[in-house]
Design a binder for this molecule. Structure first.
Ligand code: ZN
Length: 411
């Protein structure tokens, strides 16, 4: 498919209308790379067409970040300055719609000391996180992608710049259901209806635990939080009732399991890209709900570091169900971008959970949510465990097991 202005406009419109669902009079905060200014303009215009009051842009620049980390010291980079905090306070007050355009080169931070990266991230997160918690559930947001040449070359190093970019665009548009001849809004409605139907079924089952098995060595049981909901596709901004879709693409149905209540081994079926580095052929073993050992053919040290980031990093914050026929999986390559890779197949995430899955969860403090079993951490890292033969049983309170997945897809 030829990526032309018309199809990009269609995609920008989809992001704004179906993804963020910008309402008349709302302020929009768009975060996008300076290298994607042409696509940013399409998104900004689509926001105004949807009735936005004002669109503010946070420009990002991979090379600037790299140079900062290369030359500025850790102390300086870790500081969240008063003007930055003032902006965060303003955000809590305005509750803007937030649109993030992902286009980052997965290797953007190559050559930067990963210890420095994670230390800065950790320090900044402790200041920023309370503000993010304060707007949780009270604003609409969406992450969608706009391929860059550097990202495309990472996926297809053997192709020329133009060919790689065209191929990645093709894949992105396939996964977000944008074609020359379709109505993506209608297609998304059908897609989200299917997901909602599965969500309703899972919630009606009220499983107390899930059991995973695969010939690859996955043998794992995780407890679920009584009363916690499964969610998928969309969410509702409790401040104005607007339905929005936080991730485009989205294929997953997820919940936060009971932190500290799981046993067994999960074997990854795809490499994991974390902090611009790759962890491959790995498995994580849990005991009493915590990751107690891991092995990786590549990136062992990185994986160990990730699990040790903080108290909650060794516990699960998410379990997600994605059938193997997902369009992301059908693309058949690693995107090096969680937004896509986590929608390829079933996965779990180490780290932060989602308090909104609890009844009345949006109004709970992080501390209260944690007491009810939702994990907290500065990290949230998804890893794929959706083997083609994956079997998942849901176990009810009376012990009966109900097939949920067989052969990597809905039973
Ligand atoms: Zn997920």
């Amino acid at each position: 498919m030829q990526v032309n202005e018309k199809i990009l406009e269609k995609y920008a419109e989809l992001i704004v209308r179906t993804g963020a669902n910008v309402q008349p009079g709302q302020v929009v905060q768009l975060t996008v790379s300076v290298e994607q200014s042409a696509f940013a303009a399409l998104v900004i215009e689509a926001c105004y067409r949807a009735g936005a009051k004002k669109v503010n842009v946070e420009w990002t620049f991979d090379r600037q970040s790299w140079l900062n980390y290369r030359y500025a010291d850790q102390e300086t980079l870790s500081a969240v300055l008063p003007w930055e905090e003032a902006k965060l306070k303003q955000m809590v007050q305005d509750l803007p719609v937030r649109i993030f355009i992902a286009s980052e080169d997965p290797d953007a931070m190559n050559g930067i000391d990963p210890h420095k990266l994670s230390a800065v991230m950790q320090r900044r997160a402790t200041v920023i996180k309370p503000y993010r918690n304060a707007i949780d559930g009270k604003h609409q947001w969406v992450i969608a992608a706009c391929p860059s040449v550097a990202w495309a070359k990472k996926c297809f190093p053997e192709l020329s710049d133009e060919e790689a970019l065209a191929k990645l665009w093709d894949a992105v548009l396939q996964t977000v259901r944008v074609r020359e001849d379709n109505d993506p809004v209608a297609d998304w409605k059908a897609h989200t209806d299917f997901i909602e139907e599965k969500v309703a079924w899972l919630n009606a089952q009220a499983f107390t635990s899930l059991r995973y098995r695969s010939a690859n060595g996955t043998d794992f049981t995780v407890d679920l939080i009584p009363g916690a909901r499964w969610e998928g596709a969309g969410a509702v901004n409790t401040a104005n009732g607007a339905f929005y879709i936080p991730n485009m693409p989205t294929e997953e149905i997820f919940t936060s399991p009971m932190a500290g209540k799981c046993e067994g081994t999960l074997v990854a079926v795809k490499p994991l890209s974390w902090n611009s580095q790759l962890i491959e052929d790995f498995a994580i073993t849990f005991r009493d709900g915590r990751a107690v050992s891991c092995r990786a053919a590549r990136g062992q040290e990185l994986l160990e570091k990730m699990i040790a980031m903080d108290e909650g990093a060794a516990m699960l914050g998410e379990v997600a169900l994605v059938p193997r026929e997902s369009p992301v999986n059908r693309c058949g390559f690693l995107f090096y971008e969680t937004l896509f890779d986590e929608n390829a197949c079933c996965h779990c995430a180490l780290g932060m959970g989602f308090k909104e899955v609890l009844p009345g969860g949006d109004d709970l403090s992080v501390e209260e949510a944690r007491r009810q079993g939702v994990n907290d951490s500065i990290i949230h890292v998804d890893f794929m465990i959706g083997a083609d033969d994956l079997a998942i049983d849901g176990v009810r309170a009376d012990g009966t097991a109900v097939p949920v997945f067989r052969g990597g897809t809905w039973a």
